[in-house]
Write a new protein. Sequence first.
Lengths: 182, 508
Amino acid sequence: MPDVPSLFYTFHFYLFGLVAMASAVVFVTRRSPVSAAMWLVVVMFSLAALYVMLDAQFIGVIQVLVYAGAIMVVFLFVIMLLNLGHPAELADARGLWWKLAAGAVGLGLVAELFTLVRGATAAPYTLPAGYAAQQVAAEGAIAPVAGPLFHEYLLAFEVTSVVLLAAIVGAVVLGKRRADAR
Amino acid sequence: MRPLDLAVPAQLMTALGPDLLLVAGAMLLLVWAAWRPPSTAHQRHVGFASLALALATGLYVISSLYAQRTATEGPIAVDNFRWMADVVILLGTVFAIALTIDDNARQDIGTAESHVLILFASAGMMLLAAAQDLMIVFLGVELMSLSVYALAGINRRSARGAEGALKYFLLGAFATAFLLYGMALVYGATGSTNLGDIASRIGELRLAGSPLLVIGVALMLIGFGFKVAAVPFHMWAPDVYDGAPSPITAYMAATVKAAAFAALLRVWMEAFPAAFDAWRPAVAGLAVATMIVGNAVGLAQRNIKRMLAYSSIAHAGFLLVALAAGSGQAGSALLFYLLAYTLATFGAFAVIIVLSRQDDRPVMIDDLAGLWGVRPWLALGMGILMLSLLGFPVFGGAGFFAKWYVLQAALQAPAPQVALAVILVLTTVVSAGYYLSVVMVMFMKPRPDDAPAPGPTPGLTRAVLLVSVLAILVLGLVPDQLVGLARAGALRATPVTVAPITARAPRP
């Protein structure tokens, strides 16, 4: 992020922000799960663009790879496996009160956001201006993430892979077709 | 020898030696298990290899115990508490694999992966025993739990097994959320996941009363409470224990509990000694509720696996007494108790496997009627195991000393827990109602004429039964040697002075 945002920067920042918000609204109002999932992809991409503009290039790439890529594919798999792709068959489970409650929670979150933006954040929780850009210039965008991951938290990182392996083995063992269930 | 520097990967590997051996071996065995189509013979071969791997890991652990290495502060601890807890865990692993080989053959389950899942779960438990960082605690809990969820439902022909596995999975996931949220709040309050750092920051920053920390500790206690089946977080246990295959039930009741208690004790003693006052009444309340409910409801059970499930809940209550004592002595009392409990539980489930039929019908206490007349040795072994679970002197062997040491730890703690000790003794008397009823049924009731004779005892089941009964009796004769080792396994607890608590009503 430049110290004084140029018009070009500001324009694109608001553009992606508006696209993200509009797509999010469309996402929650779709009746078809598949098209809702597709709109969620647009939200993810806009957020990724915002991350890149905020000098968090690595998080932006991860956002696209993991959220827009892997997690959305899993969503679509589940939707198609459970055969939820036909909106006509889906009864709207959400009643009026449910919608009102969700709207109230949403308004609460917006209010919280406004208070946080307007109020001054306490010093320990803020970074100096341009800190992220300096970090990227000094170490690159990936090293600050990779360093702790492969030094400080090496053991946790490696154990995570064993946890995932055990989960996959368990799922396959339970999901495999039984030998005697011909 | 210089302490291991855990920041250097090579020395971290040395510190993790037994764990690495177990995980690497389990991965190789996984490839072999998946190589051939499932069959009883194949699961038997993989089972024997898994048994050998668990035994080898056990030897490695014992050699590490005698090597007396130390390490710098890091994600894992290198101390005797860890190695002693590993011995208990691996003993349970060996028993579980041996019984699973026989039980799979009996139920015609050809899934060779069941042994590999036991090994993965044990690797998670060993990490739990070692973990000195909340992240490693969480990953250990997950590795253990995910493997055991699958194991609970490994018999896919059993509807009760599927029900139990699903319940275990859903409530376990729920408990994990509590645990993780608690850890996040503790991290938020202290800014560290390392147990030692958490303790020093709580002291330096005077955080003991901070709401963030108190709520975090409470949520973590709830998460662990689910894992060890402490009342009121025990609802899942009877159904899950009843539905799972018997060897897995024994593994869940004894070994999962052992690992969870080892981690619980370490986290509480190393991270929260300064917040002692805040959490001690909660632990004491949990202990009282667990002892009373577990033993009282146990009296009403006729299905022997459900009875042992409530017995397991009650034993969690006794173990919580040791935790509430919160002294260095409590650590060794806890380890000795877990060892005795592991031996007795696996022995009792070995007997249940012998008495189970091919069909899915549960074994009732009345099925044991007149067992002394048809299978005297089996009846004698089961009698000793029941007395050990009860904590009966002499004939109960190690079980008596286990309770004795917990009582001692409770009474000799910096703040003597007299009320808890009294409730422990009283509920033990109540538990005699169901343990002795099993003994009475076996020795005094006549065998119904139409009762089929129990089938022959498979070799490995016989071995497990023999080893557990003999070990209980030998430990009952010479507990001092082992307690010496367990004492060496005491955690280095930061000494704290605390006010004694008075008797509290069980939490609703």
